[in-house]
Each structure stands twice: as C-alpha cells, then as structure tokens.
Design a protein. Sequence first.
Length: 284
Amino acid sequence: MNRREFLALGAAGLMSGCASLCPFAGKKLKLAVQTYVLRDLLKADLPGTYARIKELGLDGVELWNTQAFDPKVIRGLLDDNGLEVCGAHLAHDMLSPQKIEQTLDYANAVGNRNLIVAWMQPSKDEKDVVGWWKREADYYSAAALTAKRRGCRVGYHNHYHEFTQRFEGRTLWEIFMTRISQDVIIQLDVGSAVHVDEDPVYWYTRFPGRSPSVHLRDEWDKEKGFPGVVGEPPPGRRGVDWKALFAAMNADPVTEWAVLEPVTSNTFDTVSKSIDNLKSMGLV
C-alpha cells in the first residue's frame, strides 16, 4: 500500500467505520460535467448539448457563465433531461455585497445550492500575500452567511498556484482553509494538484467534511495533446490515484458529486473517455 492509499483508507475508516474495508458500501457518488468544458457546444446548440449530457449517463451539470443564460431556459433543460445542477462556477465579484443577492436569485431560480468562485490570485506586486489570502477568507466567510439565509453555500475552487508558494512551511491553500468559516465549502481540483506534484488524495483528506463536490481531471499537457482525461496522464507522469481518491470521497459524508473537467471546449470526446475510464476502474 502506498502513502496515498494509506491516507485515503485511514480517513475512510475515521469517517464511516467500515468504509476502509468496503469504501463503496451504502453510497453512490453522482457524476456531473462542468459546462465550461462544453462552452463552444453550448453556444452552438444549447438544447442539444444538454440532451447529449444526459445520453452519456451523467446525473447533472455544474454551471458556468450563468449570466449568459436565462435561468428559466436552464431550469427547463434540466427538467426536460432529468438532470440536477450540482453547483456553479462564478466570478469573484459575484459574491460581493453589491452582487450577491442577484447571484442568489439566479441560484434559487435554477435550483442550485453551491456557488463556487472558479479563480482568484493576488496581483504580482502584492507585498502581503498571506494577508491578501486571509482577507479573501474573510470575504468568503461573510458571503457564506448571506447565502446560508437563502439556502445556498459559497466556496472556492483551487488551481495549482495555491500549492506552489509556501509561507512558514504552509501552502496558500492551508492558510486559506484554516481561516475560512465552517460555512464555506471547498472544491478540490485534483488535476491541478497533481500538475504541480502535490498529492490530491492527501489534500482531499486533509480537510474532510468540507467538499460537496470534487473536480476530476488527470494531469494535462495541452501542447502534447493530453487534455486531462481521467486515467490518462502524460507519459512519465504519475497521474491521480483514482481508486484511493474515490475510496476517500465515498467515505466522506459531505461529498455528493464527482465533476468531470478535462481541458477542452468543443467536444464530448474527452468527457466520454473519462466516463469510460472510470467505469473500467469500477468507480462509477
């Protein structure tokens, strides 16, 4: 057993008793796609793209660029295709005091509970990087209180820059995570973690009970034609320990969704390959 498997199974045992021995017992993760992956297809054929999502056997979608789509239209497409909305990726300012009520109006209209900022990073000339991240943590914590009153949650989705800088031995991800309130959710992008040689299983189990969803993609190398398909890392790279990760995800009582996000914009090919690979590993 390697270190990642040990960490995942240990966390599973702590969180759900026998889960370290039977990690898939009593729970079935739902599978979704982040619609950013399909952005060109959505522009060309919105109804047809939603129908194809359902044909692939997916349970839901994670929305992107919500301002571009009428919430009544999206709600209708979800209902017509028997799909759920597991969350939405938002711009940072959509959780600001000036915009959060409008953001929550949209979320309530489409039946979305999870409002997740897709990216943030201080400017290159920021002198107090740690202070910047702590202030951001307070920003999320305040927004979470507003969202909670309307049945929603706010959170943050990492990339890889959160792991590449350390201050007094701590990554920016740790600094942020230890500052935010318990009302703030997180969404680990496992492909971004492994892209900079971090262990996504370790980082997932490091903060248990905080992740309604996890983003699934393997390490990518667009120049060499590796778009992050699950189970297909670039040659010579270790990729993600998918079995250990799914054992931990199934053991965590908060995690409901596995969200696919290979690096693409105009094809279902990478999404369907990821689904096939997960099935071949016995994970979905």
